[in-house]
Design a protein. Sequence first.
Lengths: 651, 327
Amino acid sequence: MTDRGLGHLNEDNDITSRRSCMTARTVLLGALLVLGPAVAGSEPFKEAPELAALVAEGKLPPVDERLPTQPLVVSPLSEIGTYGGTWRSALKGASDTGWLRRTVAYDPLVAYSFDWDDVVPNVALSVDVNDDASEFVFHLREGHKWSDGTPFTAHDLEFAITDAIQIPEYFGASRNTHLLGAKATAVDDLTLKIELPEPNGLFLKQMASVSGMWPLMYQEEYCSQFHIKYNPDADAEAKSAGLTGWPEALYLACDLDNWRDTERPTLLAWKLTSPYDGLSQQVTFERNPYYFKVDSASNQLPYLDSLQMRQSSSVDDMVLQALNGDIDFMDRHIATTANKPLFIDGQAKGDYRLFPTVQANMNTSIIQLNQNSENPALNALFNEHDFRVALSLAIDRQEIIDVLFVGQGEPWQASPRPESRWHNERLAKQHTEFDPDRANALLDGLGLTGRDAEGFRLGPDGKRIAFRLDVTSDVQPTFPDVAEMLAIYWRALGIQLDVRKSERSFVYETMRANRHDAHIWQGDGGLGDAILDPRYYFPANVESVYALLWAKSLYDPGAADALEPPPAVRRQQDLYRELQRSADPVLQDQLFAEILEIAADEFRVIGISLPPNGYGIARNDMGNVPELQPHSWIYPTPGPMGVAQLFHKRG
Amino acid sequence: MARYLARRLLLMAATMAALSIVCFAIIQLPPGDFLSARLAEMAGTGDTVDVANVAWLRAQYGLDEPFIVQYWLWISGVVGGDLGFSFELRMPVAEVIGERLGISLTVEILAIIVLWAIAVPVGVYSAVRQYSIGDMAATLFGFIGLAIPNFLLALLLMYLSYIAFGVTIGGLFSPEYVDARWSAGRLLDFLGHVWAPVLVIATGGAAQIIRILRANLLDELSRPYVDTARAKGMAEWRLILRYPVRVAMNPLVSTVGWLLPTIISSSIVTGIVLNLPTLSPILLRSLLAQDMHLAGGLILLIGVLTLLGTLLSDILLAWLDPRIRLG
């Protein structure tokens, strides 16, 4: 930690000067986004007319006192906006917090750049990192305030990380797991030091992800009243309200997953005014007068007065809202391939347009054969490289693309997208040609020449080669269709695929217990998320269900059923560990490229095709609508665009 | 009568006890529980699941207890008047039901009024003017209404009103009235939305009532007492309405009680498609999420309403038709 100033992420520094002063001990955390001129003091800050009126009445401090001394300056995507208006969208059912986390609730300490190539400062002004990426010092903005006007300090973050996110009594099913075991210390009001138990070169990328928001939701003053450590009566109060205890009360009031407490102060651009409790028909937000961002003309953001999200139980209802022009900006739930013609036809009448997004997924469907199967015959077959290649060669991908994806996309294996800096041509395109003859020859070469009366090949155990695929249509309605087509192609090879439509939690239960033969899912990890979620490139996490037990040797080595992987996989896991120990993005890229090379040799999972661009719906009067933004969950589209810059055009 | 009622109520209690076990068991039949359903949903969005924390949570929710213990905890609360806590909505089940019951009742009662107001006169007319053009038309439209699935009719109505009038009729209120207090404007807005679900539910049930009433009335119209009354010079419509119609209504009245449980269950699909703030979408959602207490509470409520409705029908029937004896 001696070269603190050099391993430094700072919005005022540009990338070239950074590189020129790199030494062996310094670390560059991604390239740095230059956010226009530093404007503090250069021009008086401006604010929304409603807020100016409140200031005039003496009900609100002036804008200069509400903003930090160094507000974050946003260069708008296309133009400087005007104040006023409402952003109307919709929520599906009672637990669609995903849309909230994608929109209003993405303002982490450090954020992803628009193109997902870098990590840039956001709530934090800058970050220092030590050499082995185990200690991170976040510098906050002086004068940054919560929506209730009280100062936001490093103590709030320390409280959130120490007393809320890490506690064993944590009540949610998901949290910011990257912070588990970390020690957070408020050095002073503006400095937060995070010491990690192990080096993690990907930490800032993870803190910029959708789960990076957790520490920023808990205001110490408000949330500590629910915490037993600060309020001895907290447990009794929670139980008298019908809850199981104080952990649940804390979780309900302050967690990122909950939007039912309108009292909670916030750092976000809009604050909750009508709660999301599953019963109310509409969730609303209004402008936070203390929001810390200004545009490049010194106007305090956000431009829009309020957000209005109608709760709907039916996607059809939401589609009609959009067609009717009652939705200003949205893609979630409604922007499916099947709805696209409908939306194109309705553009003039609904006064909206379609804008393109880049799918972060690298595949429409990935087929994972369980290479840790407890069925010895299938285990032996699935572990044959040539068997997997044969199955891949037997697939007529162009036909699948034409039939199911209206001709959009190209044959693609489990490999980062062409836009990605980790694109690997061999990994992406190998074995994608339709060559049933070679496929049959490969199977013959494995000695699988015996056939039964119906023409199916016999396995080494003398039984027909058959396995089952439980497929759920909840996530992608096309999964069952792809699976049915695979069954036809593989039937021609003499292999029986038994496709069963199943409910999602059944599929997941089966997988968690490693009782599945195969699994079909979308191709997560195509852009910036490839390095964070490399599930398909080597057995890395709980979603790598083609080799769950090998993956456990990496993420849960103590598990009783963890298996030592074969040498090549072991090598990939070692490379990934090395990558995690490095704070140098250049070295990280090299190591990851090597992992992908091995993935190409190994060919563990089978991909189908590259997903075509997605789209969203925006009213014609919406300004600063993002074009070709990556679409993902880790990068919670459209959050990283900075939704505070959306506005309604006048006239 | 009092003894009869007491016996019926006792039987109802026993039925409810059996029903509560069956419904709790059926909700638990699918593999997994509320947490695994939740986790699968999160994995679908790409959220990282904190597997280590799940065991602790499962204990907090009491999901790691054996079936019989979970059932006992739930049912002992229910008997004491506490319907339990919804895992997903995180509020007491009684509160959830209370919040939605009023709207559910309103929509359903409106639908029943419209249904009967259309179907009964049409049924009577169809029988009295058998094989007339009007009878044929009523039958045709009745069967079309019966044959079109409710969700499709709802979708069609939504689409037609969007195409023709440029309004979306999903929900029961426009955004500006959702959280407003009741006022003339809100009432008008409500009426501007509620006609769609009412129409959908009513058309679905009309054919059945028309056909039952028509068949019964045809039987009655050829009875000698009708001829006698006619011979004595009684006015035709007065005669029909006073005697044969009253008898022909018996089967309808004996099933009127069955309409009670439909407050929750009849309009599930309609409620979801039209995005109604009623109980039916909550029932579906709670079953999908394996939200035990909420789903159990709602199913139990359907059971209670069914039993109550049957009792009510029997009493009504005895009152309407003196020939029927209870006991």
